[in-house]
Design a protein around this ligand. Structure first.
Ligand SMILES: C[S@@+](CC[C@H](N)C(=O)[O-])C[C@H]1O[C@@H](n2cnc3c(N)ncnc32)[C@H](O)[C@@H]1O
Length: 433
């Protein structure tokens, strides 16, 4: 069914916003009653009112009269009202005679961004599937065919999204080291420093220079809920702190790291802004491998000795799996106390395919020298695109892993040694012949 409360058809493919052209007139049934009857009949009609932005379905007019506008999609005449509602209205002395047809002009103000964009963007191609608001910034990811419409998209989102002061389009894929985007300003202020609230903390950052994804809010919350006061968190790829800051606020002992100097700057800023005490929070600006080999190595033994629960978050899904080997043989056996509480790694990765759980498990086993039984949970975090899933794999970081040099490497070297020995032996044998 075509939505009657729809922008006019002739704005399809409009590229420059012309609000005067966005006008349409609809015929609406309207009950005209004395305002004394209003209280009795409004509850009866609440599901049948005309609902559209910036339009009041109940309007007081002169002479104690009130007009009640009914949804043109639902009510086309008196008998469009259910029988029980008709009878109840009649008991309140409201009859078919009170029902009038009115012309209502709808303008740009009455339509939502979604309605307008659906009416404007080419009908035969994929529309603007979503936009995200991060503080005052609304960002979109325009496909090639929508680029000619970027100006009108910017204008409409700027006008219609509450609190929006800037509209930006991501111009590259998120494939650089720091996982930030290049952006093109479509409308509004060129100020990318923004602030958001997540898990009872505030996060301020420069959206053009750091990674932030509001879609991960629930995943951040899931992890934070697993943590209790005095637990220890090593956050290897911390960003601006969406795991680390709420964890430290819960009085976990947090070691947060990010390679991007800009993320590190805002990580420190956010710790202060959220009044996190140094007792619970330390931040580092290192490569993840270096952080594991120095800071985790330094702080793990004492926390193991204290029998703290220890968690390690590794959220760099495209690459984190390559960092796992840094845990292998990190300690000589005599450097490590007995482990009574095994640390847990929350390793994030992407997999492509339907059997995502199996794929995630294979990925870990190919890259990390743990036992299958050390993989204790595999959880699908979100669907990134068709068939690309973001997964969280929980791995037990056993004493065996931490104190055994990379077996795969050793096996490889042993294999090479044997080959060298074999060829050397062969040579010696030849020489002795
Ligand atoms: C996907 S983001 C995750 C940020 C944050 N933990 C979150 O959940 O939103 C990955 C982060 O890893 C950082 N990063 C990239 N390569 C790194 C490396 N080699 N060592 C440490 N951090 C790195 C990026 O700067 C980025 O902030």
């Amino acid at each position: 069914m075509k939505n009657i409360l729809h922008p006019p058809d002739d704005i399809r493919c409009m590229k420059t916003l012309n609000k005067d052209k966005i006008k349409t007139t609809v015929q609406v049934h309207c009950l005209s009653i004395n305002e004394k009857k209003l209280q009795g009949i409004v509850p009866l009609l609440k599901n049948y009112l005309m609902k559209i932005e910036k339009f009041k379905p109940i309007q007081h007019i002169a002479d104690n009269k009130v007009e009640i506008y009914l949804s043109p999609e639902l009510i086309k005449n008196w008998s469009g009202l259910p029988n029980d509602i008709q009878s109840a209205l009649e008991k309140n002395s409201v009859t078919e005679n009170d029902l009038k047809i009115k012309n209502v002009e709808l303008t740009y103000e009455n339509f939502s961004a979604e309605d307008l964009l659906r009416a404007i963007l080419p009908a035969d191609k994929e529309g603007l599937s979503s936009f995200t608001k991060i503080g005052h910034i609304v960002h979109v990811n325009l496909r090639e065919h929508l680029l000619p419409f970027k100006s009108i998209i910017g204008d409409i989102l700027f006008d219609k999204v509450q609190g929006c002061k800037s509209v930006v389009n991501k111009v590259n894929m998120i494939d650089n080291t720091y996982r930030n985007f290049h952006m093109e300003l479509l409308k509004g202020e060129n100020n990318m420093i923004t602030a958001v609230k997540e898990n009872n903390c505030t996060f301020k950052f420069d959206f053009s220079k750091v990674y932030w994804n509001s879609r991960l809010c629930t995943e951040h919350e899931r992890i934070i809920k697993k943590l209790n006061q005095q637990d220890v968190l090593f956050d290897v790829f911390a960003g601006v702190g969406p795991f680390s800051i709420p964890a430290a606020k819960k009085r976990c002992i947090v070691y947060a790291n990010d390679l991007n100097p800009e993320s590190y700057k805002w990580l420190e800023y956010n710790a202060k802004a959220n009044k996190i005490s140094n007792e619970y929070f330390q931040s580092f600006n290192k490569d993840g491998a270096d952080f594991i080999k120095t800071m985790i190595k330094k702080h793990l033994p004492i926390n193991l000795e204290n029998e703290n629960n220890i968690f390690i978050t590794m959220n760099l899904p495209a690459l984190a799996v390559n960092f796992l080997a840094n845990f292998e043989g990190l300690f000589n056996p005599d450097e490590l106390p007995n482990i009574t509480k095994t640390p847990l790694i929350f390793l994030y990765c992407f997999v492509k395919g339907e059997n995502y759980t199996e794929l995630a498990k294979e990925l870990i086993l190919e890259n990390f020298n743990c036992n299958v039984s050390d993989i204790i949970d595999i959880f699908r975090v979100r669907t990134v695109s068709s068939l690309k899933e973001m997964m969280r794999v929980t791995i037990r970081l056993t004493r065996e892993i931490l104190t055994t040099e990379n077996l795969r490497k050793r096996k490889f070297e042993d294999h090479e040694d044997n080959n060298t020995k074999r060829s050397k032996d062969g040579k010696e044998q030849e020489e002795s012949r």
